[in-house]
Design a protein around this ligand. Sequence first.
Ligand SMILES: *Cc1c(COP(=O)(O)O)cnc(C)c1O
Length: 359
Amino acid sequence: MPIFCSANFESANETSYHDLRYIRLNNTPNHEALHGKLSAITGAEAALVAASGMAAISTTLLTVLKSGDHLLAQDSLYGGTHSLLTEDFKDFGISVTFVDLHDPQSWSKALRPETNGFYVETMTNPTVKVGRLDLVPEFCSQHGLTSMIDNTFASPVNFRPIDHGFDLSLHSATKYLNGHSDIVAGAIAGSREWIEKITHRLNHLGGTLDPHACFLLQRGLKTLSLRVERQNANALCLARYLRDHDSIEKVNYPGLEDHRDYAIANRLFSGFGGVLSFETVGGSEAADTVLKALCLPVNAPSLGGVETLVTKPSCSSHSGVPPEERRRIGVTDSLIRVAVGIEDSEELVADFAQALSKL
Ligand SMILES: *Cc1c(COP(=O)(O)O)cnc(C)c1O
């Protein structure tokens, strides 16, 4: 697909403003090619790209919800989404109740007459928990709610929410969909009717993906299944190695049979994803020693690229969360998150082995 840099296109007697071709209206040839590809791989009627994951999430929520509405949302959401719901939505007159996705009985108790949507994530960051996703679509249709899921961590290779009855599936395409850590982008998939409404709102809010980024994302998608299959295999291999290591206190990965969410992850997913986290013995300093000694992984936030990245969530994504709350949700000072890449699994394990031998 060539890159169509044109901001505007010669008019061809279009009858509606939204049919004129213009980059902000998300309808250049680059957008259309990408929308078709994304609807195919997500199994949805239609799809839409946006300027970032947060543009996809905010525009979707602001299409589904209006002033006076109430939203049910899973607790422990991605930080940006959590801040949007708790800080910005107050100003828009939209209220939110956070619920435990492992406790379906609590969901009905949180319902109000003005509840209009339920927002969840496939896996939580950084402890990779998987709640009762299987019960969300049915619960939503019983109570007239729109179901939305941030499927970034799984990617459509491992989980396809639309097939399971979710109304809207959202992605930070910055991560696995693009896979090369060189753009920021977002994606939304769902019914033609929903995507049309969200497109109109995105046209007005202006969070459009640039044609050059569309091109890069389409290039990234060509290798999505190869990359994610390799990342699934690498993460499982590394998780098993770490579980059996004497210097490791705990490993969080839903592909380990002793993980509390293994049964549901195994039932719903075709792979367990590329993100895992673990706690070293010896606390925060020991974790720093390991991070310093690692040669292959890069110490950086984000995930989904071809290189393995490591972070200490207590000092990065969760540094704003009070220490007591951090411990409650399993983000201890010694927790290291690994977002595995596509390196050779033996080299990856060997590197963790030499780093852990420094303890
Ligand atoms: C990164 C991320 C986002 C935000 O995406 P951006 O592309 O950075 O705007 C949202 N949800 C999850 C789960 C993420 O990992």
